[in-house]
Structure formats: C-alpha cells, structure tokens
Design a protein. Structure first.
Length: 160
C-alpha cells in the first residue's frame, strides 16, 4: 500500500427558510440555511467524504445514514471527528485538506481562519493543515441563483 492516499469529497444542499446556516462549523446570521438531515454543513460534509475516501472507508452516507434518527440535527463537526477517528484506526493521519465553498454568498475570506480553526480542532490537527476557500459560479446554476450551496474538498493522508 502507498504511504500516501488522496480522497475527494463533494456535497450540495438547498437553502431553505428558517434553518440555521452552518458552514465549516461556523454558524452564520442568515434567514436561510442548508436543508439536511444533520446541520447541512456542506464544507464539513465534503471534508468527511474526502478523508473517508482517501482511507477507503466509504462515504458520509454509509457511515452516518440519513434515515438514522440518531443523526437528525447532528453537528457536522462531531461527525467529522468520528469519521476521522475511523481513519486513524485504519492507520492514517491527515497531511492536509483543501475545502472550497461554491456559492455567491456568504463571503468566506473574512472568516476563513475561524472555519479552519474549527475544522482543525474537530480533527485534532493544527490549523495550518486545513485550507478553506470559496468561489462563485458568476450567477450560473443552482448556486448562482442562490438556491443552494455546494462544496468540494480534497484530503491527503499519510500512513502512520
């Protein structure tokens, strides 16, 4: 087996009224949040899939099924910690992860460091290991129309 393994993750959720908006573990003041079985945090969900994929441990849906009431309203940072514990049990550690939010708003640049700190804390790694960025689709597609948000993540693992 290779000493290094790479995984990618993607997640998307619709924006709905009356639901808290949580991104990268950070709660935003917003009239709309992301619909989901848990808190709908697309950044954290994409990162979970990236670390699980790199360790060949399936995906977020197989580890935390949306039809399991135990995960209803779950905090995604807690799910990330649990998923990463499985990765570590498999003999890997996170080298680095890069997360990209796709949507017209909110603007991430002013608060990216806070998100990186929250994600890193959930993983038990230094904040220099996690990067959070954002991009828009210049008004194209469901994210461009403000109907939802999406995120992509890539994670590099190293065998312990």
């Amino acid at each position: 087996m290779s000493e290094f393994r790479v995984g990618t993750g993607f997640d998307a959720h619709a924006l709905v009224e009356g639901v808290p908006l949580v991104l990268g573990g950070l709660r935003f003041r917003s009239a709309r949040g992301l619909a989901g079985h848990s808190d709908g945090d697309v950044i954290t969900h994409a990162l979970i899939d990236a670390v699980l994929g790199a360790a060949a441990l399936g995906d977020i849906g197989s580890m935390f099924p949306s039809d399991d009431p135990a995960f209803d309203g779950a905090r995604s940072l807690d799910l990330l910690a649990r998923a990463y514990a499985h990765v570590q049990e498999r003999g890997y550690e996170l080298v680095n992860a890069d997360c990209v939010l796709i949507g017209e708003e909110p603007r991430v640049a002013p608060i990216r460091h806070e998100m990186e700190m929250l994600l890193a804390g959930s993983l038990g790694v230094g904040p220099h290991v996690i990067a959070v960025r954002a991009t828009t689709t210049d008004g194209l597609g469901f994210t461009g129309r403000g109907e939802g948000l999406a995120a992509q993540a890539v994670a590099l693992l190293r065998r312990l």
